[in-house]
Design a protein around this ligand. Structure first.
Ligand SMILES: [Zn+2]
Length: 191
């Protein structure tokens, strides 16, 4: 009799554990699906904003400037859009990212670009990477890498190798083929 009772108790415990396991499994699967949905939505949004940066790069191309474009996004809204205009403005600092940061600071009336993300078609140089960190940009989305001058992993990595008091998250390879093609077309035409 005692043995049967123990067996019943054991079965109860086992069933309870099984039920618990199923609950965990269900929650896990649900979270995984939500994450996947969120992830694909983010990819979609990232491509939309990188396309806007590419439109800026195209403007530079038409003005015979090296075609690099950048946009700054806050709460899903573009607050600055700019392209490289070094030649026209005769200003060594007029890279797309620098111009966009100035625009965004003006728009927000602040030097701290809180909750702002930047999308740029080409990996930023050391000057722009420094400015991105100074402006407290939260996330940086890069199209193509720049093996000759990039400071987000190519010749150095200001975002990873150094310990500044601000950390900008970097995501690379957004519409990479398009971002690099416009530069190839530009330099082919130049030759
Ligand atoms: Zn730059």
């Amino acid at each position: 009799m005692e043995l049967i009772r123990v067996d019943i108790e054991r079965t109860k415990v086992f069933q309870g554990a099984k039920c618990e396991f199923n609950n965990i499994k269900e929650t896990f699967t649900r979270n995984l699906n939500e994450d996947a949905k969120c992830f694909s939505r983010n990819i979609y949004m990232n491509e939309i904003f990188m396309k806007k940066a590419l439109e800026e790069a195209q403007k530079a191309f038409e003005k015979d400037e090296v075609p690099v474009g950048a946009v700054i996004v806050r709460n899903g809204e573009i607050i600055a859009a700019a392209h490289n205009c070094r030649e026209l403005s005769k200003d060594a600092t007029a890279h797309a990212e620098m111009v966009a940061i100035r625009q965004a600071c003006e728009a927000l009336e602040a030097w701290r670009l809180l909750d702002c993300d930047m999308y740029v078609t080409l990996e930023p140089c050391s000057m722009c990477s420094g400015a991105i960190l100074q402006a407290r940009i939260e996330r940086l989305y890069i199209g193509a890498m720049d093996p000759k001058g990039g400071a987000a992993g190519s010749i150095l990595n200001l975002f990873d190798d150094y310990h500044f008091n601000h950390k900008t998250e970097v995501l690379k390879g957004i519409l990479e083929a398009d971002c690099s093609q416009i530069l190839k077309d530009f330099f082919k035409r130049k030759r």
